[in-house]
Design a protein around this ligand. Sequence first.
Ligand SMILES: [Zn+2]
Length: 114
Amino acid sequence: MSDKVIPGFYSPEVPYTREEARASVGPGWQGLVDTAFETVTAVGGRIQQVKEKFGLLRIYAKVPQPMKQGIDAILYELEVQSRNVCEQCGAPAYLRKTSRYILYVSCEAHKRPD
Ligand SMILES: [Zn+2]
C-alpha cells in the first residue's frame, strides 16, 4: 500500500511528517510550519499537507472535535502571517506577483526577476 504513495501527496494511510511538511515550503516559513505542527499535535490532530498556494502558506489538518474550529482559526492565522514573511529567508516581506501572475511572498532581496 505505502509503496504506491507519492511523497508530498496526501494519503489517509501514511502519516505526513514534519520533515515532509518542512520540505514542501521555503526555509523562511519553517517557524510557521513548526507552530502548525505543535498546535495540531497538542490536541491529538495531525497535519495532512503543507504547501504554498496562491503565494501563501496553506496548511491542511485533521483535528478532533470540539477543538476543530479553534485550531482551524489558528492555522488560518498562520496563513495570514505568511503573507508578510519571506518564504526564502523569513524577513519581513510582501505578497508579490510576477509578470506571469505567479503570486509569491518575498523580501526585497528575494524578489524574483520579472
Ligand atoms: Zn528574503
